[in-house]
Design a protein around this ligand. Structure first.
Ligand SMILES: NC(=O)c1ccc[n+]([C@@H]2O[C@H](COP(=O)([O-])OP(=O)(O)OC[C@H]3O[C@@H](n4cnc5c(N)ncnc54)[C@H](OP(=O)(O)O)[C@@H]3O)[C@@H](O)[C@H]2O)c1
Length: 263
């Protein structure tokens, strides 16, 4: 099946317009990874929401969609000083109502996901954990205190279904799976503290589906018909899920349909 046919279903369902009614008027959003496929889609959608006051679109490369409500900036999740430099000015301006960490790494120029334990490599694992686990944890550390004391607010990080331990039947991709499982544990742990400090707030992991981005590009030959999403379609579905989630669901991971991904 040619690639175009597999993604038609997602394209025809897509509309570029969103309203996050569960967040307050003029809500402030931060997207980390705004240069990525899904991250840029999230920024584009939020820019269409009349309730959204401003979007801090942060990325390592500095690339991000542009627009009247969009404020760009750089952040390198492998550099704690860069995280502070990027986020301190954002929190100094007031509460942040929506944070989505949409960055992540699966492969690089000199490494890819492992097919066997024989391929495990310390430097590659450290890189994957730095970007997928430690980086989002440090963003949470910097921004959870900036969520408002009252009213719904959301911290979300893009996780992955392959981070589910109970759902792991295929094996392989050791570092990526483990980094996402660890991210899910960070989210769960932060949720317990968040409940005590911000009872209307929630922190969740999100699985975006299989999305046509650079991250998935080498690995999507066997994606079933209609299951390869455009970044804009996935972003819209994720924002709709965020809009319907309640604080009782904090600490868990949900897919693009709003169904829980079990740990
Ligand atoms: N695509 C899928 O099918 C799929 C499936 C399941 C889960 N996910 C998850 O969805 C998230 C987004 O992935 P994507 O598909 O949109 O991938 P992508 O298009 O490759 O984007 C990856 C993003 O991560 C950023 N990034 C990488 N290293 C970074 C660092 N050290 N500091 C800051 N940013 C860094 C990149 O920034 P620069 O380009 O500016 O360097 C880019 O914005 C990831 O967490 C991924 O694990 C994706």
């Amino acid at each position: 099946m040619p690639l175009f046919s597999r993604r038609v279903a997602a394209l025809t369902q897509h509309r570029m317009s969103i309203t996050l009614r569960s967040l307050p008027e003029n809500y402030r959003a931060v997207i980390v990874g705004a240069s990525g496929g899904i991250g840029a889609g999230l920024v584009r959608h939020l820019a269409t929401d009349s309730r959204c006051g401003e979007i801090h679109a942060l990325s390592r490369s500095g690339n991000a969609p542009s627009g009247a409500k969009i404020r760009g900036g750089r952040i390198d999740l492998e550099d704690p000083a860069s995280i502070a430099t990027a986020l301190d000015p954002v929190t100094a301006e007031g509460p942040v109502h929506l944070v989505i960490v949409a960055s992540g790494v699966l492969h690089g120029e000199d490494f890819g996901p492992e097919k066997t334990w024989r391929h495990l490599d310390a430097a590659s694992m450290a890189k994957v954990f730095a970007v997928n686990t430690t980086g989002p944890a440090l963003v949470a550390s910097a921004l959870l205190d900036a969520l408002p004391r009252e009213g719904k607010s959301v911290f979300a990080a893009l996780s992955a279904r392959v981070g589910s331990i109970s759902d792991n039947r295929l094996g392989g991709w050791h570092a990526y799976r483990a980094s996402k499982a660890a991210l899910n544990q960070i989210i769960r742990t932060c949720s317990i503290e968040l409940t005590r400090k911000r009872r209307d707030a929630l922190i969740v992991g999100l699985h975006p589906g299989t999305v046509e981005t650079g991250l998935s590009e080498p690995f999507r030959d066997n994606v079933p018909d209609g299951k390869l999403f455009t970044p804009d379609y996935s972003a819209e579905r994720l924002l709709n899920v965020i809009d319907t989630l309640t604080p009782e669901q904090s600490g868990r991971c949900f897919d693009w349909q709003g169904e829980e991904v079990l740990p």
